[in-house]
Design a binder for this molecule. Structure first.
Ligand code: NAD
Length: 401
C-alpha cells in the first residue's frame, strides 16, 4: 500500500508530511481520528496563549472571525495539534487582531481585514481558512477562499440555504480544494464509542432516538446577538444547536428519514421576534424507527441523546459538550431493574483533532467525515423541518427517490 506521502497529490501538503515522517504519527494519520497526542491537557480552563514552538512545516490555517468560539476554543487548540498551525488571522477589529496576533506569535503581515481578505491568495503560509463567522457569511467567505486557492474548514451550519451549499461545493470543485464542515463531535472518542454501540449488537433492533439540546441565550451578551437576527443566522435554535441532533440522528441511526413533522413552541419570549427559540420535530424512517428532536434557546443547558433498542438503551449525557461528554449503556430487566455501564474513555482534544483532520485527509486524497455533502444534507433536513413547522404539514424527505 502507498504511504500517505506517496499518495498525496497536493504538493504543499505533501511537503508537510515529508518533514514529519520521522515522528510517530502513524495511528492518527491512518485514521484521522484523535490520537493520544490530542490529550486535553489542563482544559477546560485553558491558558495556552503562548506562541507556538517552531518545528517542521505544518499546515497553516487563517482563522476568519475572532468571536467567542474562535478565541476560546479554536486558537488555544493549535497547541495540541500535530500537523496544523495558526498562520494568519482575519477580523473586523484591528485592535483585537493585533492583541491576539501578539499572544499567538502571528506577525503583522499575516493579519487581514474582511475587506483585504482576498490578499490571502498571496500568502504562502496559509494552506486553509477556518471560517468562524455568523452563519449567513459562511458561503461568501468560503467561495472567496476557494478563489484565493485555499482549502476551507467552515463552521456548522454549513450555510443558510441549500443553494448556498451547492455554490460552495461547486467553488471547491472548481478550485480543486477541500471543503470540511466543523462537526467537532466527530473527533470526540466518546461519539465514536456511541457510534460503534449503535451499529453493533448490544442494543438489538433500534426503535427510538431522542435528541434534546438547549441553552439560555443571554440577551445581555453583545457576542452572539446575530443569532437573533434571521438575516445573519438563517434560523434560531434549530440552525445553531438543534443541528447537532439532526447530525447525530444520521450518525447514530446510519439512515436518512423519509418524512419529518415539526412544531414551533406556541408561545415565545418577546426576545425571539425573528427566529424561533424552541422547536420540536419528529423524523420517520423506512425501517420503522422514529427519531424525536428538540432545541431551545430558552432553557437550561442540556445536550442529551438517547437511543433505545429492543434490548438496551444508549445514553449520551452530555452528548455535545466541549470536554465532558459521557456515554452509558443501560440494560433493563422485566422487574423494574436497570444496570448501567459507563464507558471511561480518556478525554482527548476534539478541536485539535479536527484541525489535524483536514491536512491528513488532503494527504490521503479523501475526506471521510465532516464532509460538505454531510453539511448540505443537514441543511436540507433543517429546511424541511422549518417547512413542516410553518405549514403544519408533514414534509417528505425521501430525496433519493
Ligand atoms: P460570536 O458572536 O462569538 O462571533 C462571531 C464573530 O463574527 C465576531 O468576532 C464578530 O465580530 C464577527 N462578525 C463578522 N461579521 C459580522 C457581522 N456582520 N455580524 C456579526 N458578527 C460579525 O459567534 P460564535 O459563537 O463564535 O459563532 C461563530 C460561528 O461558529 C457560527 O457559525 C456558529 O454556529 C459556530 N460555532 C460553532 C461551535 C461548535 O461547537 N462547533 C460553537 C460555537 C459557535
Amino acid at each position: 500500500m502507498l504511504s500517505i506521502v506517496e499518495r498525496c497529490t497536493d504538493q504543499k501538503v505533501k511537503e508537510i508530511f515529508m518533514t514529519q515522517t520521522s515522528r510517530s504519527h502513524t495511528e492518527s494519520v491512518s485514521s484521522g481520528l484523535p490520537s493520544l497526542q490530542h490529550k486535553a491537557t489542563g482544559r477546560p480552563y485553558p491558558n495556552k496563549t503562548r506562541p507556538l514552538a517552531s518545528g517542521p512545516r505544518k499546515f497553516g490555517y487563517a482563522i476568519v472571525g475572532l468571536g467567542g468560539y474562535a478565541v476560546n476554543q479554536i486558537l488555544p487548540a493549535f497547541a495540541d495539534c500535530q500537523h496544523a498551525r495558526l498562520a494568519a488571522l482575519v477580523s473586523g477589529s484591528q485592535e483585537k487582531m493585533r492583541r491576539l496576533g501578539k499572544q499567538y506569535g502571528i506577525e503583522e503581515n499575516h493579519l487581514y481585514s474582511y475587506e483585504d481578505y482576498d490578499r490571502i491568495a498571496e500568502d504562502p503560509d496559509i494552506d486553509a481558512v477556518y471560517i468562524i463567522l455568523p452563519n449567513s457569511l459562511h458561503a461568501e467567505f468560503t467561495i472567496r477562499a476557494f478563489e484565493a486557492g485555499k482549502h476551507v474548514l467552515c463552521e456548522k451550519p454549513m450555510a443558510v440555504t441549500l443553494e448556498e451549499c451547492q455554490r460552495m461545493i461547486a467553488a471547491g470543485k472548481k478550485a480543486g480544494k477541500e471543503l470540511m464542515i466543523g462537526y467537532r463531535c466527530h473527533f470526540d472518542p466518546l461519539t465514536h464509542k456511541a457510534m460503534a454501540i449503535a451499529r453493533g449488537h448490544d442494543l438489538g433492533a433500534l426503535r427510538m432516538l431522542k435528541t434534546t439540546i438547549s441553552h439560555m441565550l443571554d440577551p445581555a451578551d453583545p457576542l452572539g446577538q446575530w443569532r437573533l437576527n434571521a438575516k445573519l443566522s438563517g434560523g434560531g435554535s434549530l440552525m445553531d444547536i438543534g443541528i447537532y441532533g439532526i447530525n447525530a440522528s444520521r450518525y447514530l441511526l446510519n439512515d436518512e428519514p423519509v418524512e419529518v413533522r415539526a412544531s414551533f413552541a406556541p408561545k415565545e419570549k418577546s426576545l425571539f421576534k425573528e427566529v424561533e427559540s424552541t422547536i420540536l420535530w419528529t423524523m420517520f424512517y423506512r425501517s420503522g424507527v422514529i427519531s424525536e428532536g428538540s432545541s431551545s434557546y430558552d432553557a437550561c443547558m442540556t445536550s442529551h441523546f438517547s437511543l433505545i433498542g429492543e434490548k438496551a438503551f444508549l445514553d449520551l449525557d452530555p452528548a455535545t459538550s466541549y470536554w465532558a461528554n459521557k456515554v452509558s449503556l443501560r440494560q433493563s430487566g422485566y422487574t423494574q431493574t436497570w444496570s448501567a455501564s459507563m464507558f471511561d474513555i480518556e478525554k482527548l482534544n476534539q478541536f485539535s483533532a479536527q484541525l489535524d483532520y483536514l491536512p491528513i485527509s488532503i494527504a490521503k486524497g479523501k475526506l471521510e467525515t465532516a464532509t460538505a455533502e454531510e453539511g448540505m444534507q443537514d441543511i436540507r433536513l433543517i429546511q424541511a423541518i422549518y417547512e413542516s413547522a410553518r405549514s403544519g404539514r408533514a414534509v417528505a424527505t425521501d430525496w433519493s427517490r
